[in-house]
Design a protein. Structure first.
Length: 241
C-alpha cells in the first residue's frame, strides 16, 4: 500500500498520475554517470595502489575518461541504431500487409480487442474505424503487435551524446582532485563515493526503493570496486617493483 501511495498522486479533478516508469532522461543520464564514476574510480584506485605518481594517476584517469566515454557512446549508438532499424523493418512488413491483406489485418486487430474482453461486434467496428486512416492503422498495429510507437522511436545520436556526456561527468569526479593538485587517493575516493551516493539516491525516483537505500547500495558497490582494483594495483606494483 505504501508503494502504491508513493507511485501515484491525485490531481484536483480526482484523476491520478504515475511517475515515469521508463525513467525518461533520468535513467540513462544517472546510470551513465554512475558507470563513469565506478569505472574511473577503479582506474584511479588501481593506479594509485601501484604507487604511481599523482601526475601519472591524473593522466590515467583522463585517458580512462575519454576511452570509456567514447566506448559508451559508440556502443549506445550502435545498439539504439540497430534496434531502430529492426523496428523500421518490421513496420515496413506491417505496412505491406495492411495494403495487401486489409481484411485479414482488420480481423487480426479486432481479435486483439476481443481477447481483452471487448464484444466481437464492437471490436470489429473499432478496428474498422481505425483502418479508415492508413497511418493510424499502422500505428495501432505497431503498438498492439510490436509494442512500439512509430512516432516515438529513440534517436541513436541523442543516445550516444547523452551517454558520452553523462559518462564524462561521472568519470571526471575521481580524477578531479588530482587535477587540482591532490596527492592522496582519499580525496578522490570520498568525492567519488559521495557522487555515487547522490546518483543512487536519484535512481530511487524511478524505483520503489527509498533514496537512502539506493544511495548506500551504490556507494557500497563503488567502494567494493575501488577496493578490488586498489588491491590489484598494489599487488602488481609490488610484483613489478
Amino acid at each position: 500500500m505504501a508503494v502504491m501511495e508513493r507511485n501515484t498522486a491525485r490531481g484536483e479533478d480526482g484523476t491520478h498520475t504515475h511517475r515515469d516508469i521508463n525513467g525518461g532522461w533520468l535513467r540513462p543520464a544517472v546510470f551513465g554517470a554512475m558507470d563513469g564514476l565506478v569505472s574511473n574510480l577503479g582506474i584511479v584506485a588501481g593506479v594509485a595502489g601501484s604507487s604511481a605518481s599523482s601526475r601519472f594517476i591524473a593522466i590515467s584517469g583522463l585517458v580512462g575518461l575519454v576511452a570509456g566515454a567514447s566506448s559508451m557512446a559508440a556502443g549506445e549508438y550502435t545498439s539504439v541504431a540497430s534496434q531502430r532499424e529492426l523496428v523500421q523493418a518490421e513496420l515496413e512488413v506491417e505496412r505491406r500487409e495492411l495494403k495487401r491483406h486489409p481484411e485479414d489485418e482488420l480481423k487480426e486487430l479486432a481479435a486483439v480487442y476481443v481477447s481483452r474482453g471487448v464484444e466481437t461486434e464492437l471490436a470489429m467496428e473499432v478496428a474498422r474505424q481505425l483502418h479508415e486512416d492508413p497511418e493510424q492503422a499502422l500505428e495501432t498495429h505497431a503498438r498492439e503487435e510490436l509494442g512500439v510507437d512509430p512516432g516515438d522511436l529513440p534517436s541513436p545520436r541523442t543516445a550516444a551524446i547523452s551517454s558520452f556526456l553523462s559518462f564524462c561527468a561521472g568519470a571526471a569526479v575521481p580524477v578531479l582532485p588530482y587535477l587540482l593538485g591532490a596527492t592522496s587517493l582519499w580525496f578522490a575516493v570520498v568525492l567519488a563515493l559521495a557522487g555515487l551516493f547522490a546518483c543512487g539516491a536519484m535512481v530511487a525516483r524511478v524505483t520503489a526503493r527509498t533514496w537512502w537505500f539506493s544511495g548506500l547500495r551504490q556507494l557500497a558497490l563503488g567502494a567494493g570496486a575501488a577496493a578490488v582494483t586498489y588491491g590489484l594495483g598494489a599487488a602488481f606494483g609490488v610484483a613489478l617493483g
